[in-house]
Design a protein around this ligand. Structure first.
Ligand code: F6P
Length: 358
């Protein structure tokens, strides 16, 4: 068996820990060869395909602690509609499949979010190769799994940011806004907001109104507190129902900046002095948390075992303290969003946190 492995989509902490687990299990458990594909599917379009042999010697004891991915990755360039230099879109899927053949890959483990997994699944069906996927994304929006690799670290980073913002907010009597990532899901905002003592948390799953936010800030003042912390998920909409994006023309839509909009609105409504922090890619970098390392290890080992059993078209998943596997089709059929009436949102409301709607 010659096993291919690639990372795809936006990077996050814990990817190298997954690679460590995959390579160890494949080589020590089964005696296979492992080839690491560089730059995701884009590396498979190059000739020769961009790849490296992965042996146990690449693990010097530091890799699983490192953020990023040693293989590199890409979050643009769908091979079925690849943007060409002349502005056209080209189907380059056969080149990617051919790249895998040139590398003599028998089966592939793809580490990615829902978008990457959907692309890899299409490629596997078209190319007739066995595929197992491992969910990773700081957004935690992949369905059928409680956790994706990278999410826990991102929540820790956002919580630490609130820990650092609180004393300066209190020293200056300010309202501090923290804008966090999460594309279309509010998991990072909600969980870090609870852990970091936010007074207001705004997430895309719950429509917000300024009256509710202003009331909560006044209430906090009335309780004798001179500062407030507000966490804003990057994908919430403005009062006019628009998303705030940063992308340059022709670029993929990229959120960023809605925290400034909310900050201005809060200053207008409450007269508070406001400062805004946009946390950005800091949430994706750095040393993975212990939980992310554990999930990465468990996912990597289970994914290799699935390949050994010939169980393909499956995604590994974490549910009720167990590693299981589910059809990739189910995992990509819908996003895993925050349930506005679920236990985490109820906990926030129980703490008096304003979620923007009441
Ligand atoms: O999906 C992961 C994510 O970090 C989102 O939270 C964020 O909106 C996006 O990727 C940023 O993408 P890029 O790395 O292209 O700026």
């Amino acid at each position: 068996m010659r096993l291919g492995v690639l990372t795809s989509g936006g990077d996050c902490a814990g990817l190298n820990a997954v690679l460590r687990a995959v390579v160890h299990r494949a080589i020590e458990g089964y005696g296979w060869e492992v080839v690491g594909i560089e730059q995701g599917t884009r590396g498979l379009m190059e000739r020769p395909p961009r790849a490296r042999e992965m042996g146990l010697d690449i693990f010097d004891g530091t890799l699983m602690r490192q953020g990023g991915t040693i293989l590199g990755t890409t979050n643009k360039g769908d091979p079925f509609a690849y943007p060409m230099a002349d502005g056209t879109l080209k189907d380059r899927s056969e080149e990617v499949i051919e790249g895998l053949r040139l590398l003599r890959v028998d089966a592939l483990i793809g580490i990615g979010g829902d978008g990457s997994q959907a692309i890899l699944r299409r490629l596997a069906q078209q190319g007739g190769f066995g595929l197992v996927t491992i969910p990773k994304t700081i957004d935690n929006d992949v369905a059928e799994t409680e956790f994706a690799v990278g999410y826990d670290t991102a929540v820790s980073v956002a919580t630490e940011a609130l820990d650092r913002l609180q004393p300066t907010a209190a020293s200056h009597n300010r309202v501090m806004i923290l804008e966090v990532m999460g594309r279309d899901a509010g998991h990072i905002a909600l969980v870090s907001g609870i852990a970091g003592g936010a007074d207001v948390i705004l997430i895309p799953e719950i429509p917000w109104n300024m009256g509710c936010i202003a009331r909560r800030i006044e209430q906090v003042r009335g309780q004798g507190r001179n500062f407030a912390l507000v966490v804003v998920a990057e994908a919430i909409k403005t009062e006019e129902g628009e998303t705030v994006i940063q992308s340059a023309p022709g670029e993929k839509q990229r959120y960023g900046g809605v925290g400034h909009y909310i900050g201005e609105r809060i200053a207008e409504e409450t007269g508070a002095e406001v400062r805004v922090t946009v946390l950005g890619h800091i949430q994706r970098g750095g040393t993975p948390s212990a939980r992310d390392r554990l999930i990465a290890a468990a996912f990597g080992v289970h994914a290799v075992d699935l390949v050994a059993e010939g169980k393909f078209d499956r995604m590994v998943a974490w549910r009720a303290r167990q590693v299981i596997d589910v059809p990739i089709a189910d995992a990509i059929s819908r996003p895993h969003l925050v349930d506005p009436d679920g236990p985490v949102a109820r906990t926030a409301r129980g703490l008096g946190i304003c979620l923007g709607d009441r």
